[in-house]
Design a binder for this molecule. Structure first.
Ligand SMILES: C[S@@+](CC[C@H](N)C(=O)[O-])C[C@H]1O[C@@H](n2cnc3c(N)ncnc32)[C@H](O)[C@@H]1O
Length: 345
């Protein structure tokens, strides 16, 4: 090895050889991010990584045979992820490395959310040249939006929103654009009396939720309904009066036409006059701050821009609530993650 290094240095010169190596490493960081993410998604979405987490290890050939997978492809993915330190592979057994275990913990929602918007990335050249248009020719994977967003929100937004709801002793919560029902499910876990009803307009999301509820509906305290929040139909007759309306990351999709949102809030206020509104929304971060702290908000802004979702500032949300006739009872803005939480009446 040493003789080869010396040969390269003699050929290129030390400075050029060192610079080339450093530059290659800088490029590799991005190429590897892409390759690693694609391999990780494939095994994550198949359920293989969760099996490793549950069982400690798996035999590759047995797993491939059990699920009818192409053993060579499975082997290639595992060998690569072993090479970059996310898995440990000692044939025939594979297990998660410590680094792999971490990716399955807090950052898991980032991978799920990126997978939700992957159709935009796959179609980037067509989006750029107008051959395809978001909405008309492609959309995000909505179930994965719900899953990824639900998992990430569990780390800060939901605890803040739930505290706002529980502190005010709400008993019957209607969640608009409920995603994977994670906000309501957590409330049902925390308080044995509370009930939650989620509405979402996407049939795939609602089907996913119905499967979840078949496993655990907290003794019928958690229910779901497919509905458009702008044409909210009658709610199930056995629901107690709604005393809280929540919406986490749902309203911004309509910020392009603020009057529609204002009208929605006014209509809801008329229909549910005693309800507390608890709203979590993206709040645009200061561009200078974001440049100094390039957090995951950068990717998030990109997802939103590619799928035509505006991001409002905290002040824009305050003005909108005021115009809808709502008063802010409590407000918490976290510039760090570009999110804000409002309790309103
Ligand atoms: C970004 S996700 C947020 C999901 C969930 N609230 C959360 O906290 O993770 C937005 C959700 O709102 C739903 N949604 C968007 N527009 C809607 C509408 N007009 N009526 C009902 N649901 C809607 C979407 O289907 C999606 O599940």
């Amino acid at each position: 090895m040493l003789s080869q290094i010396l040969k390269i240095i003699r050929l290129l010169g030390l400075r050029k050889a060192a610079r080339m190596k450093k530059h290659h490493e800088q490029g590799l960081e991005f190429v590897r991010g892409y390759a690693a993410t694609c391999c990780w998604w494939t095994l994550l979405n198949h359920g293989f990584l969760d099996k490793l987490a549950q069982n400690g290890s798996a035999s590759l050939d047995t797993y491939a045979a059990q699920y009818g997978l192409q053993p060579d492809v499975l082997h290639a993915l595992v060998e690569y992820l072993h090479g970059i330190g996310l898995l440990h592979y000692a044939p025939p057994l594979v297990r998660l490395s410590e680094k792999g275990k971490i990716l399955l913990a807090e950052p898991r929602g980032l991978f799920e959310l990126l997978w939700a918007y992957e159709p935009c990335f796959a179609a980037l050249p067509d989006l750029l040249t107008r051959t395809k248009k978001y909405g008309r020719d492609l959309t995000r994977r909505i179930t994965w939006v719900g899953l990824g967003s639900g998992r990430l929100c569990e780390q800060l937004p939901y605890p803040v929103l739930r505290r706002m709801i529980l502190d005010r002793r709400c008993q019957m919560v209607l969640d608009l654009g409920c995603g994977d029902l994670a906000l309501l499910a957590g409330l049902c876990r925390l308080n044995p009396k509370i009930r939650g009803h989620g509405v979402d307009c996407e049939s795939d999301m609602v089907r996913y939720n119905q499967k979840l509820l078949a496993q655990n509906d907290f003794n019928r305290r958690l229910t779901v309904q497919q509905a458009d929040i702008f044409h909210l139909p009658a709610l199930p007759p056995d629901l107690p009066p709604i005393d809280c309306i929540t919406a986490c990351d749902t309203f911004h999709e309509y910020l392009g036409n603020q009057s529609v949102l204002i009208q929605l809030l006014q209509d809801l206020k008329k229909r549910f006059p005693n309800a507390l509104f608890v709203i979590g929304e993206f709040c645009r971060q200061d561009p200078g701050w974001l440049l100094r702290h390039p957090t995951a908000s950068l990717e998030h802004h990109l997802f939103h821009q590619l799928s035509g979702q505006p991001i409002g500032s905290a002040q824009q949300w305050r003005d909108l609530f005021r115009q809808a006739g709502l008063t802010i009872l409590e407000e918490q803005i976290f510039d760090l993650i570009g999110h804000g939480y409002f309790a309103l009446k």
